[in-house]
Design a protein around this ligand. Sequence first.
Ligand code: HEC
Length: 124
Amino acid sequence: MSCVSRDSVMSNVAKRSLLVAASMIATASSVKDVVAADARPFVSYGCYQCHGYSGHGGSSGPRLSADVPYEGFRQIVRFPYGVMPAYPRELLSDEAMRAIYSFIKSQPPAPDRKDLPLLYDTSK
Ligand code: HEC
């Protein structure tokens, strides 16, 4: 009898801690999803490799402007005019395109060139 009740106490404790753990995971993943929802496609489709993690420009891609209207942005990504690879709909859905666009829009502007002495002060 006492053994049974201890078992049920243990299982209640176990159940409760499972619930707590599950709700912590649920909270963590939903916060993470909100924060990263727009960033993920920019990384997973490889844009960051050329344009940098914040779209401020990288080794081979220019800084991406947040002021371009969506239609123009989409046109360039589907039919780029230079060496950038094209991203047709089969590779990049309209939904992912929108997510990438809003990620770029959400980035704080890059610092002004005159605020970066390394770019113009060759005495250092
Ligand atoms: C292999 C390198 C590379 C990758 C990967 C890449 N880009 Fe580009 N992107 C470039 C280069 C280089 C340019 C400049 C134009 C050209 O030469 O094609 C450019 C231009 C652009 C432009 C126009 C910028 C302007 O001001 O004219 C946009 C918008 C853009 N890329 C978005 C993207 C997005 C979104 C992705 C991911 C889906 C991506 N790029 C992936 C290299 C890349």
